[in-house]
Ligand binder design. Structure first.
Ligand code: F6R
Length: 246
């Protein structure tokens, strides 16, 4: 695992965007796994800027997002589909026919998860997966628990995740859903390349468990240590609890 500590989110966004842009320029039809949330927003801005300069086209990429809230339709401003449309896809030439999402409205969540899993396989797997990390060490919505999940599944969100994200729902007078559909750890680990972005002091404990702790389902992100191509981008605050690094 390569750990890169930079000064702030802006510096991280430049380096992280460069990796994504290089991936797409090297393989126009790359399969990219996207994350939502605050962590990748600056990076997505750098990609939009590169697109506007004509330095990259996302027209031929296929996308898979990590997760979606149960019960939200795509027009809901707090759905992750809307987030991606608003923060990246709708501001570039992403082809919406190649955008894949778990459906928060699926009645049969098991069948929906199976469909998504099959779709990832049909597309040849994920070339590059972008991740954030929860304050409790989750990746995607793989919450701390007793074992690592392989494929996509329906998850009851922990109080920690609800406490971190409920502000977005409260801002529009809604209540945050308690359930989500998420890619499993297996789906994430099968990605050929992974980048994880963590900023801010609230992530420091989870980052320490990720970088220095043992591999345990109690910190789902810790499994990334077993992947051969992971780059972790940290700012000084999220890296604050790490020991001396060579
Ligand atoms: C989002 C996702 C989550 C977030 C994590 C960090 O699609 O899967 O794992 O990456 O909760 O969220 P932020 O970036 O908002 O701190």
């Amino acid at each position: 695992m390569k750990v890169i500590v930079l000064n702030d989110a802006l510096e991280i966004s430049k380096d992280a965007a460069e990796i994504i842009i290089n991936q797409v320029n090297k393989k126009k039809d790359s399969v990219i796994g996207f994350a939502t949330g605050a962590s990748p927003v600056e990076t997505y801005k750098r990609i939009i800027e590169a697109y506007e300069r004509g330095d990259v086209s996302l027209k031929h990429i296929t996308t898979f997002n990590l997760d979606e809230y149960v019960g939200l339709n795509r027009e809901n401003v707090n759905s992750y589909f809307w987030f991606m449309k608003d923060n990246l896809f709708g501001k570039t030439d992403v082809d919406f026919d190649r955008v894949n999402f778990l459906s928060g409205l699926a009645e049969d969540t098991e069948a929906e998860c199976e469909r998504y899993s099959k779709r990832i396989r049909e597309c040849g797997g994920i070339d590059l997966q972008i991740l954030g990390i929860g304050t409790n060490g989750h990746i995607g919505f793989n919450e701390p628990g007793e074992k690592f999940a392989d494929g996509p599944f329906a998850v009851k969100l922990t109080q920690s995740t609800i406490d971190s994200n409920k502000k977005y729902f409260e801002a529009v007078g809604d209540t945050m859903p308690e359930y989500a559909l998420t890619m499993g750890i297996g789906d994430i680990m099968r990605a050929k390349k992974i980048i994880l972005i963590a900023t801010g002091a609230s992530k420091a404990k989870a980052v320490k468990a990720l970088v220095e702790g043992e591999v345990t389902a109690e910190c789902p992100a810790s499994i990334l240590k077993l992947h051969s191509d992971v780059t972790v981008f940290l700012d000084n605050d999220s890296a604050a609890l790490l020991g001396e690094r060579k």
